[in-house]
Write a protein that binds this ligand. Structure first.
Ligand code: SAH
Ligand code: F3S
Length: 471
């Protein structure tokens, strides 16, 4: 999955297009939630007669599902809008739509250049057919209203991007944490949890269709909370409250052969109950992504994170005590407002102490409208941010190398995803702790994506385990 807001671009694999139907091309930027949202968008459009294409050149509608988390993410998308405009020049009837966080943040400003016809925020996708019709009539189609209820619970995402083995399931939307640097609460709105019966049904259906791994997605899964009468057929009558640990347990109970992952956890909310549920179910993967952001209490307070360094380290201890062998990964921000060398050293020492398997590491990027942008000067010079980020990356490389090397000699259960990217006839798949493992295909018999295999780890790099199938 490699987690979270890597500003990477995914172009979904297309479904074969029916003759004559209008074709939609979609590019997805940012986090896993966006990947899943694009699958929801395709589902909505398919029901309205659109066909998905992976070829920009043949598209009648070009969509970009965008990310606003850092300025460079937005710059990249602006560059793409220019390229889409060249396409429009050749074929003026082609429509361009901007979806997601950038649509929500910039609203009608995106229409000003005349290069964009449709703007739809993360809670407006059901209205896309209407917005497209509007744009085809020559009027801009825009809807950026945020909702307190929308979870797209009844929409079956079109699974196109993955390997047929592993799928994302959104269990909630929005975020109520309001970290001072973060634009997400403004672009994705208030937190809301999806009805649990619809989540279980989606997971069951994926399992029936051959999927063997689901990742439950939310900005802060630990605050999942749903109260009401679930739609599950076998649920007892009457209202009940389902928290994230309860939900995870129910998904894990679907079948021992269905692996369950989740992302992202928030350090002050991750509960002992959740850790006990993880420990009790082998098919809940031994991996927690626990963004720390900084090792300095002063920075954490200024970031409005709701924990301090000591709390965070206690949670790490609780994870390691309750779920032995659990992989732990994180997110780190370098150069937040007023960060001193001492604050930076606190981050390095925390990373040293925890020993993460891997991390997403970013330079602070001021986002308009956030509390930090309004209240604190972005005063760490760019070259200092870069130097600190490089030090953080170098330390993490060393830690990753150690963590992966420590697995050599162990035996891991790997869920086969398919041929390894190197294309050298090897297979790849993840261990429960999320480490990617590469191994030679068996000399006799066939391994298919979705099979489990026991692999002895015989070598490592800072990002991959090399293994041999156990006989
Ligand atoms: N829900 C997650 C965060 C989602 S955003 C959590 O619990 O923290 C993914 C990551 O992007 C964050 O963890 C943070 O490290 C990074 N990020 C968010 N806003 C940023 C900004 N303004 N500048 C740099 N990095 C940022
Ligand atoms: Fe952003 Fe903090 Fe929520 S980083 S997504 S406001 S937990």
């Amino acid at each position: 999955m490699q987690l979270d807001c890597q500003n990477k671009m995914n172009s979904l694999k297309p479904i074969p297009a029916g003759n004559g139907a209008l074709k939609v091309y979609i590019e997805t930027y940012g986090c896993q939630m966006n990947v899943n949202d694009s699958e929801v968008v395709l589902s909505i459009l398919q029901k309205n007669g659109w066909r998905h294409t992976g070829n920009l050149e043949e598209a009648d509608l070009i969509l970009a599902n965008t990310c606003s988390i850092r300025d460079n993410a937005e710059q990249r998308i602006r560059g793409r809008i220019e390229q889409f405009a060249l396409r429009k020049k050749k074929r003026p009837d082609v429509l361009v739509g901007i979806l997601g966080c950038m649509a929500e943040r910039l609203k009608e400003k995106l229409l000003e250049s005349g290069k964009v016809d449709i703007v739809a925020g993360p809670d407006s996708y059901r209205r896309l057919p209407e917005l497209i019709a509007c744009a085809r009539d020559g009027h801009p189609g825009i809807d950026t209203l945020l909702s307190r209820e929308e979870t797209y619970a009844d929409i079956s995402p079109v699974r196109t991007d993955r390997n047929g083995v592993s799928a994302f399931i959104s269990i909630m939307r929005g975020c109520n944490k309001v970290c001072s640097y973060c634009v997400v609460p403004y672009t994705r709105g208030a937190e809301r949890s999806r009805e649990p019966g619809s989540i279980i049904r989606e997971a069951c259906e994926l399992f029936r269709n051959g999927y063997r791994e689901v990742t439950l997605l939310g900005q802060n899964v630990d605050s999942y909370r749903w109260t009401g009468t679930p739609e599950e057929a076998d649920s007892p009558a009457g209202a009940e409250t389902v928290d994230f640990a309860d939900l995870l347990e129910r998904v894990a109970a679907i079948d021992p052969l269905l692996r369950v992952r989740f992302s992202t956890s928030y350090p002050s909310d991750i509960s002992d109950k959740l850790l006990r549920v993880m420990a009790a179910h082998e098919n809940i993967c031994r991996h927690i992504h626990l963004p720390v952001q900084s090792g300095s209490d002063r920075m954490l307070e200024k970031m409005r994170r709701k924990y301090d360094r000591a709390w965070y380290l206690e949670r790490i201890r609780a994870i390691r005590d309750t779920v032995p062998g659990c992989g732990i990964t994180t997110d780190v921000i370098a150069g937040f407002c007023s960060e001193t060398e001492e604050d930076h050293r606190d981050t390095l020492s925390l990373m040293e102490e925890v020993g993460y398997d891997s991390a997403f590491m970013f330079q602070y990027s001021e986002r308009p409208g956030t509390l930090a942008a309004r209240q604190y000067p972005d005063d760490v010079p760019p070259e200092v941010k870069t130097r600190r980020l490089n030090e953080i990356i170098a330390l993490q490389m060393k830690k990753s190398e150690e963590r992966y090397a420590a697995m050599v000699g162990s035996v891991q259960t790997v869920l086969v995803e398919g041929p390894s990217k190197k294309g050298d006839g090897q297979l790849c798949g993840r261990a429960s702790n999320y480490m990617m493992c590469v191994f030679a295909a068996p000399a006799s018999g066939v391994l298919r994506p979705g099979d489990y295999v026991r692999v002895r780890v015989v070598g490592s790099t800072p990002a991959t385990l090399m293994g041999e199938i156990c006989r």
